[in-house]
Ligand binder design. Structure first.
Ligand SMILES: NC(=O)c1ccc[n+]([C@@H]2O[C@H](COP(=O)([O-])OP(=O)(O)OC[C@H]3O[C@@H](n4cnc5c(N)ncnc54)[C@H](OP(=O)(O)O)[C@@H]3O)[C@@H](O)[C@H]2O)c1
Length: 262
């Protein structure tokens, strides 16, 4: 029988996601699956991670996280346990873009992507409990407008759309934490660190931390025994940090319902 814990990391081809996969793969007892959208990048990342960690249990799965049907299909076909889900993939296009379904890209990927990964993987995660979900958000968060989440009426600016999306990630963490607490599944959220990446470059900042430093808090939340039973909380650099976004229950519920309507 396989006694390894299975971890699924989204955005495993990016700066912080690959470092998260690496730090976990170096720990004994983990099978690491990265979720990517580009097969060549995914293959290259798996080969690199296998080579540098020596862990033979590193694989990839493919899905475009901006698209509901792809997430649903992936979750429906998932045929192994899932002990740890790390939602980390994100985008910050400089101009307003839409998915083929006509949904604004940051809302679709950074918010609905996180929401749908949690929603559709819940049955698998429940079967594997005790389990953890870690959402990678940011301290750079705010300005959520639930009446215009896709910038149909507001002027699109990638920074404004990004801050909104990270506020939503922090609020959705509270919603799912509440929903899953009786199932022995914790859901926490963090700021990873300021790391040079495609995502940060699009926002116009370079980042002064390494990908490994950025991965430290998500990996700690995902794996440390210290976090057992702690749920619905926001962390920066391993520090429990007050988050006002999750405190208004009604707003959190409304956001959940809004995401669920897509
Ligand atoms: N970098 C920072 O300073 C910083 C600060 C605060 C928070 N964060 C958070 O950290 C997380 C990771 O950011 P990063 O800096 O590591 O960004 P990154 O290097 O640009 O990586 C983003 C990852 O997301 C993947 N991705 C994007 N859209 C996708 C889609 N539709 N389907 C599947 N995968 C998709 C990318 O895949 P491809 O390789 O195919 O593009 C890539 O693997 C984000 O949630 C971000 O908000 C970062």
């Amino acid at each position: 029988m396989n006694s390894l814990k299975t971890v699924l990391v989204t955005g495993g081809t990016g700066a912080i996601g690959k470092a998260i996969a690496k730090l976990i793969a170096r720990k004994p007892g983990y099978e690491v699956v990265i979720l990517a959208r580009n097969p060549q990048k995914a293959q290259d990342a798996v080969e690199e991670l296998t080579r540098i960690t020596g862990n033979k249990h590193i694989n990839y799965v493919l899905a475009d996280l901006s698209r509901k049907e792809e997430i649903k299909k992936l979750a429906d076909s998932w045929d192994r346990p899932l002990h740890i889900l790390i939602n980390n993939a994100g985008v910050t296009p400089r101009r307003r873009e839409e998915t083929p379904e006509g949904i604004e890209m940051q809302w679709a990927t950074n918010v609905l992507g996180y929401f749908r990964m949690m929603k559709y993987f819940i049955p698998r995660i429940k079967d594997s409990a005790p389990a953890r979900i870690v959402n990678v958000a940011s301290y750079w968060a705010g300005g959520l407008d639930p009446t215009d989440p896709e910038f149909k009426y507001r002027y699109y600016n990638n920074d404004t759309a990004y801050r909104q999306s990270k506020q939503a990630d922090r609020m959705l963490t509270v919603a799912f934490a509440e929903m899953l607490k009786m199932h022995n599944i914790t859901v926490n959220v963090c700021h990873p660190g300021d790391v040079p990446s495609t995502l940060s470059a699009n926002l116009g900042f370079s980042g002064h931390e390494t990908p490994e430093e950025g991965a430290d808090t998500p990996v700690w939340l995902a794996t440390s025994p210290e976090l057992e039973g702690i749920t619905g909380k926001y962390f920066e650099h391993r520090q429990l940090t007050n988050c006002s976004f999750g405190q208004n229950k009604e707003k959190v519920e409304k956001l959940f319902e809004l995401c669920d309507r897509y």
